[in-house]
Design a protein around this ligand. Structure first.
Ligand SMILES: Nc1ncnc2c1ncn2[C@@H]1O[C@H](COP(=O)(O)OP(=O)(O)OP(=O)(O)O)[C@@H](O)[C@H]1O
Ligand SMILES: [Mg+2]
Length: 247
């Protein structure tokens, strides 16, 4: 079954949307639109009645909620309706961490003994917390921001790769369509999560002829006849919009 992303112009590149219950990686440099894509994907599903969960591991959910509320995606309403959930599963690193934030985010499960002061949560704890949300709220669309936080839980490189593969393999069994956001530092080197995922999308944001150019590109999408080219991307009042080929 195809899951329309709700991102104008994107679904046309991928035969109508993502395949349900699969895991996709969305990679891109800072400010390229990863969070916007993720929230737009969840808000679209939420408007259709499918519960969406945005998991933050590095960023505070309140900042994302504030930024995304500027777009016509009905984020505050969908949150009130409990169709759009935000869960902060990252380490509590902020000075004077504010409890008021829990007005806007769903309550923690407190499974995460490791989610304490300055301590990175282990991938298995993060997964268990996500799985608990998914079953309790019948989550159909999931975004994890970002997968790099999973990678940085171990200093040992081979352990990092093993943990990442295991994390993604487990996500595939969750029964929801997942978008993993990942910071792209080197566009020429592919990572474990990109190999393990069912699909990989790149967001580009680069300087060309003295102007910053934004583009999106589907690198792989298993089981899908997809467009491989770079397409222009713009920000509208509704969020991201995918346009024609990048000339
Ligand atoms: N109306 C708008 N409101 C907010 N951001 C906008 C707007 N229009 C364009 N932008 C752009 O969106 C960018 C932020 O997009 P987004 O947060 O989705 O990127 P990101 O890839 O998640 O970034 P990061 O790697 O820092 O998390 C801003 O840097 C800005 O250039
Ligand atoms: Mg972001």
């Amino acid at each position: 079954m195809r899951i329309p992303t709700g991102i104008e112009g994107f679904d046309d590149l991928v035969q109508g949307g993502f395949l349900s219950d699969r895991v996709y990686v969305l990679s891109g440099p800072p400010g390229s639109g990863k969070t916007t894509f993720g929230v737009q994907f969840l808000a679209h599903g939420a408007a259709l009645g499918e519960v969406g969960l945005y998991v933050t591991l590095l960023e505070c959910p309140q900042n994302i909620i504030n930024d995304m509320s500027n777009y016509a995606m009905n984020v505050p309403t969908l949150i009130k309706m409990q169709k759009l959930l935000f869960a902060d599963l990252g380490p509590r690193m902020e000075y004077g961490y504010m409890d008021e934030i829990n007005e806007f985010v769903t309550t923690d499960y407190n499974l995460g003994k490791s989610s304490t002061e300055s301590e990175a949560p282990s991938p298995s704890i993060v997964f268990k917390e996500i799985a608990a949300y998914v079953s309790e709220y019948d989550v159909k669309r999931l975004v994890i921001d970002s997968v790099s936080a999973i990678r940085f839980t171990s200093k040992d490189l081979s352990l990092q790769e093993k943990e990442m593969s295991r994390f993604i393999r487990n996500l595939k069994k969750l029964g929801c369509t997942t978008v993993l956001l990942s910071e792209m530092t080197d566009p020429t080197a592919y990572s474990t999560e990109q190999f393990a995922a069912n699909g990989v999308i790149f967001m580009h944001n680069f300087l060309y002829d003295k102007t910053m150019t934004r583009a999106i590109q589907v690198i792989k999408m298993r089981g899908t006849r997809h467009d491989c080219n770079m397409h222009n991307v713009s920000f509208t009042e509704k969020g991201l919009k995918v346009e024609g080929y990048l000339e």
